[in-house]
Design a protein around this ligand. Structure first.
Ligand code: NI
Length: 258
């Protein structure tokens, strides 16, 4: 069930049975020479919809703009400042909270969303702690689709170290599965592999400015052999991620820790 494909009476009825909502978070940024610029939004939305089919959760509009300043030297990337994204998330949550939603589950597809989202959650909780939030307390949780062990086993088994960090074969496999009509052929050779130290230091897209990033990764892939990602892998990844995320969501709305 999609919020933006619903009417207000349908949402009013939904609120009588559930106070939870799933919010897909993606990005609009380059994903290598063969990856779609909307890759992270497409993957998060595809998994959120598959998850909703399993657990009945309402899915809110996808946050397709994110902070991705490090990719601004590649044409087509659109980036919000981190402070803007924090405010967008706060306004999104507070709007739905006004109607009675209490549990906000962010199904994430972009590393650069993680730090701003957690800052936004702390701002929202600070309002509650300071007595500035009226109504029922809210709870937020963010899970990236690759967080789940079932998904990681598939990624590791298929790609190993060639998964890399950006324009990964797993995320491109999902877009090739979801949108075969706009997918590009990919015969690119493997890019240079990343060191374990690099991956540790740059988790959550903790990259420097755009010109330095493009100089270091000229075709936009960050250690990822994107051509290994096949559509049939995408189907398996979506299914595993949706199953795991649906279980996690149900535990969250039942009162599990954030
Ligand atoms: Ni991505």
């Amino acid at each position: 069930m999609l919020l933006h494909h619903s009417t207000w009476p349908e949402i009013e009825t939904y609120l009588k049975r559930s106070r939870g909502v799933v919010i897909p978070t993606g990005s609009t940024e380059q994903h290598g020479p063969t990856g779609l610029i909307g890759t992270d939004s497409i993957t998060a939305e595809t998994i959120a919809l598959a998850m909703s089919e399993r657990c009945g959760a309402l899915v809110g509009p996808t946050l397709t703009l994110s902070q991705a300043q490090f990719n601004l030297a590649f044409p087509g990337t659109v980036s919000l400042r981190p402070t803007t994204l924090i405010q967008v998330i706060i306004d999104y949550v507070q709007s739905l909270s006004r109607h009675g939603f209490e549990h906000f589950y962010f199904l994430n597809g972009h590393g650069g969303n993680i730090a701003p989202a957690h800052c936004a959650f702390q701002e929202l909780y600070a309002d509650q702690s300071l007595g500035k939030h009226s109504g029922t307390p809210i709870q937020c949780r963010l899970r990236s689709w690759w967080d789940f062990s079932e998904v990681n086993e598939i990624r590791q088994g298929l790609y190993g170290a060639a998964e890399g960090m950006h324009a990964t074969p797993s995320e491109l496999a999902i877009t090739r599965y979801r949108l075969p009509e706009v997918s590009c052929p990919d015969n690119l050779p493997a890019p240079p592999m990343l060191s374990a130290d690099f991956i540790k230091r740059h988790g959550g897209d903790n990259h420097a400015h755009a010109l330095a990033h493009r100089a270091q990764f000229p075709d936009g892939r960050v250690g990822s052999h994107s051509g290994l990602g096949l559509a049939e892998h995408g189907a398996a990844l979506v299914s595993a991620a949706a199953e795991a995320a649906a279980r996690d969501y149900l535990s969250f709305i039942a009162g599990g820790e954030s």
